[in-house]
Design a protein around this ligand. Structure first.
Ligand SMILES: [Zn+2]
Length: 204
């Protein structure tokens, strides 16, 4: 509902748009909320706006293509990257400047983190797991490539997973290929395993 109303922050809005590319069920819900928003206009009290704002709105209505052009994919974008993300990711997954403590788990910071949410990609190497961890806040994960499982199930491209303070998990990438996820989190991870105690000082 917040996505349809344009009320999500950049990071969550972009992540939701990526999920919507493949999820027919959520596409239907967003369409319903947009219709509802349209209906509400009939009941809203009119507000006076300046001539320039009015002109800009009319221009957009008459020429919708002009606003869509700003979403044009980056020319070198990886076709595997969901369209709403393409202009923020400069290169193919393999060529991004991944950072991490080991080859088994690496991350790439996305340029639209804000005060509340950090946005990054995670690459979990095939057959490896992320350190066991719990969360101080919410973590929204969208699987983009490969797949992983944890105690709650198997996750594949397009799947959307919400972890919160009650979640203790250790996502493990499946054996055949690396798993790349797009994660948005509103607080740093808190690692719980043995390695977690060693690594926590570095991630907080
Ligand atoms: Zn969905």
């Amino acid at each position: 509902m917040q996505f349809a109303a344009g009320q999500l922050t950049n990071a969550l809005g972009i992540q939701t748009a990526c999920h919507l590319e493949h999820c027919v069920e959520c596409q239907r819900k967003v369409a319903m909320y947009e219709r509802l928003g349209g209906e509400l206009l009939d009941f809203s009290a009119p507000v006076a706006v300046s001539d320039s704002i009015k002109q800009r709105i009319l221009d957009r209505i008459h020429n919708p293509d002009a606003t869509q052009q700003t979403d044009a994919p980056h020319i070198n974008a990886d076709p595997r990257i969901p369209r709403p993300l393409q202009r923020f990711v400069p290169d193919y997954y393999e060529h991004l400047p991944w950072q991490g403590f080991s080859k088994s788990i690496q991350s790439y910071d996305l340029p639209f983190s804000d005060d509340r949410y950090a946005a990054r990609f995670y690459n979990i190497a095939a057959g490896k797991d992320r350190p066991q961890h719990t969360h101080k806040g919410n973590e929204y994960t969208l699987v983009m490539s490969g797949s992983f499982s944890d105690l709650s199930g198997d996750y594949h491209p397009g799947d959307f997973v919400l972890a919160d303070t009650s979640t203790h998990h250790q996502p493990r990438a499946h054996d055949k290929e690396d798993c790349i996820c797009f994660a948005v989190m509103d607080a740093p991870l808190k690692l719980t395993g043995f390695f977690g105690r060693l690594l926590n000082p570095f991630i907080n």
